[in-house]
Design a protein around this ligand. Sequence first.
Ligand code: CTP
Length: 416
Amino acid sequence: MRVVIGIGGGIAAYKAAMLLRLFGKAGHEVIAIPTQAALKFIGQPTLEALSSNPVSVDVFERVPEVNHVRQAEQADAVIIAPATADLMARLATGRANDLLSATVLTTHAPVILAPAMHTQMWEHPATQANVATLRSYGYRLIEPAVGRLTGPDSGVGRLPEPEEIYAQALAVLGWGREQGSCAETVSKPLAGQRLLITAGGTREALDPVRFLGNRSSGKQGVALAQVATDLGARVHLIGANLEVRPPSDLDKLTLVTSAEQMRRAVFDALSESDMVIMAAAVADFRPADYTDSKIKKTDDPLADPVIRLVRNPDILREIVLHRQNNPEGGPRTIVGFAAETGDDTATPLEYGQAKLTRKGCDYLAVNTVSPTLGFGADNNTVTLLPKDVGEHLVAQGTKEDVARALLLHIAQQTQQ
Ligand code: CTP
């Protein structure tokens, strides 16, 4: 395949050198197109040597070849890393004032952008509007990581490591199935791993027709199961009242209704799982009494039933305790999910941090619930908090995008 690597003018431009090498080593033809500003951070000879191709910056070089049209038409993919705020603004408005922007405007190949900039620039409404516009053109984004930025500060905006960009790009493009190539190992970072994933929302029966339930659709858990399978894992999905169709290429599917059934299914599978992801919304309480026949109204309103609740087991907490007692046998990685809202006392992330400590799992994926984000929605924003001090990741986009970003990040961190 022929891959155009566009390089914006930011300090992270040096990472593009490694990206060129990864694609080149996997047998792809690579063309580097830096912006003028990128050449202040990385030298043209470096890009020419690593790509084994000449490097041009503007449309007035190699004029007889109509270089931007040639590069655009011959490209199988255009990947821009780092995509700076200025470059994205130019691409969002359809500018064509250098070779890279002219190539992007001309190409029919998939375009993937890996933004990198300071947190303030990333969060500015202008940048976020440009990101939304670029997504509306069908361009795919690799979310910026959280971590050390240029200088002493840290936050969201860091360019993910080249291996992560490479793996995400291959997954987006559906490439990387070449046997024995570098692409095979990098695009299947979960190969050989057994994942146990719960999804959906439990229902706690009150009588034969009624239950206490929650709004979870199971979309995020099912997306995790699908993406984990695509990334090479063997996945056992435990689904509770799913509103979406589970993937067809799972290793195993177990359907349950209640928290107690989910707990049993999880513990039956625990010794055969390397990683557990509790994406299900498990009811904390169930009715204390279940009646075999439908509860009826009577003529006496004073006799209306009062439902007493008892606590359900905390499955996630029990998995963590099980691992503490069986250090050899328990799953190596335990991931919880939490849908949080903020209030006057704390932000959603502060509540998430406290929950991570309480539950004792390795990661907590905190999902901020709002009318458009979270339950039932197709898009999601999730912040992955690690138990140990380390980078946390903000993943945004469709639930598949979020699943891919979370799984790749966890795979990279746990396999280091
Ligand atoms: N969880 C679980 N068993 C329960 C409740 C929750 O395993 N009985 C898991 C969920 O699958 C999720 C994580 O714990 O991965 C956090 O769920 P959440 O409902 O946010 O946690 P709670 O401890 O119930 O906290 P809250 O009081 O905020 O609801």
